[in-house]
Design a protein around this ligand. Structure first.
Ligand code: GLU
Length: 330
């Protein structure tokens, strides 16, 4: 059940959903600070969810470091791996039963099918201009395989991914920052995978299921994830779950216009901390770039709350310059 306020109406529920594939960097700090502000400014509940679904890329030491670094920055959350709560577990690696149950439901409704294509086959078949999460467009090769054909392939030892039969009508939604959105899934990526052939649950399934089961009503995340949103909405609708409101925020770019990523090692929060940079200076810089703090005075996230409004966020991506970074150090 979604968390409820003391006086009855449901409180907004947001989440911070880091993937523990590296140390938190300035770009993560930007995204999580803005998500935190949007939810806290509306007196919402915040859930920390560790998106460690991919065993090859996630590491427990990064998960622990992420929690520590985001707290050091001045962010907090009401439920999460380190504080517990009624909706746990809060690590996706421990939520396999919920994902399996959802796949069983979708299967019973005839909404998923096994896909035996190898990555190589998918690459050879690639013709569409858009790509799915695995980096290859899916042309629907296995969509109409009969039960007998599937059976035969399984018996011959082939392993299968699981794909969702996507609706052909457009998925429309109103983004709280970007306005009306419309996507046709059959034109961008096609039937996407819910489980890889090695058994690992796909990000789209894990996120949709978790947002639903955790009662998330407001998803604030980077614009780079916008193409995933219609997929998650399609899934939520098929499962009769409520669809949250989405706000896709601008990205923080480096001076060359590239998205800040975990490979920008010097911009890891812990590297900055080791160099004597305070969290208030980091929040001062980020809030200046977000148009919330004209002179970039050092502040804590909580100090930004009284004047914060989602509508004040910039409409376009921001760049952090070398000069900005030099000014961070004391
Ligand atoms: N775990 C994802 C990431 O770190 C975010 C997913 C989401 O917010 O839906 O990029």
């Amino acid at each position: 059940m979604p968390p409820r306020g003391a006086d009855g109406p449901a409180r907004i529920c947001g989440r911070l959903a880091p993937s523990p594939t590296g140390y938190a960097h300035l770009g993560n700090a930007w995204a999580f600070l803005l998500a935190w502000l949007v939810v806290r400014a509306r007196k919402g509940v915040l859930i920390m969810r560790m998106e460690d679904i991919d065993p090859q890329r996630s590491r427990p030491e990064f998960a622990a470091a992420l929690l520590e670094d985001l707290r050091w920055l001045g962010l907090d959350w009401d439920q999460g791996p380190d504080v517990g709560g009624p909706l746990g577990p809060y690590e996706q690696s421990r939520r396999g039963a919920a994902y399996a149950e959802t796949l069983t439901r979708l299967d019973a409704a005839g909404l998923i099918y096994p896909c035996f294509c190898t990555r190589k086959e998918l690459r050879l078949l690639a013709a569409a201009p858009h790509v799915d999460d695995a980096g290859a467009p899916y042309p629907g090769t296995c969509r109409e395989l009969s039960a007998a054909q599937c059976e035969g392939l399984f018996r011959s030892g082939r392993r299968a991914a699981v794909r969702l039969r996507c609706p052909s009508e457009p998925i429309e939604f109103e983004d709280a920052l970007l306005g009306p959105q419309s996507f046709r899934l059959d034109e961008c990526g096609g039937d996407f995978a819910l489980r890889r052939s090695d058994g690992v649950v796909a990000y789209q399934l894990a996120v949709a299921v978790d947002d639903a089961l955790m009662g998330v009503t407001l998803v604030v995340r980077g614009r780079d994830i916008l193409p995933s949103t219609p997929r998650q909405i399609a899934l939520l609708r098929m499962l009769d779950h409520a669809v949250p409101t989405y706000a896709h925020i601008p990205l923080l770019l480096d001076c060359e216009g590239q998205r800040l990523a975990k490979r920008h090692r010097s911009l890891a929060l812990r590297s900055l901390r080791e160099r004597g940079v305070t969290p208030q200076r980091i929040v001062g810089l980020l809030s200046r770039l977000a148009g919330l703090n004209p002179h970039g005075v050092p502040v804590s996230p909580a100090e930004l709350l009284p004047d914060f409004a989602l509508e004040r966020l910039p409409g376009t991506d921001r760049r952090v310059t070398d000069q900005d970074l030099r000014q961070l150090a004391p």
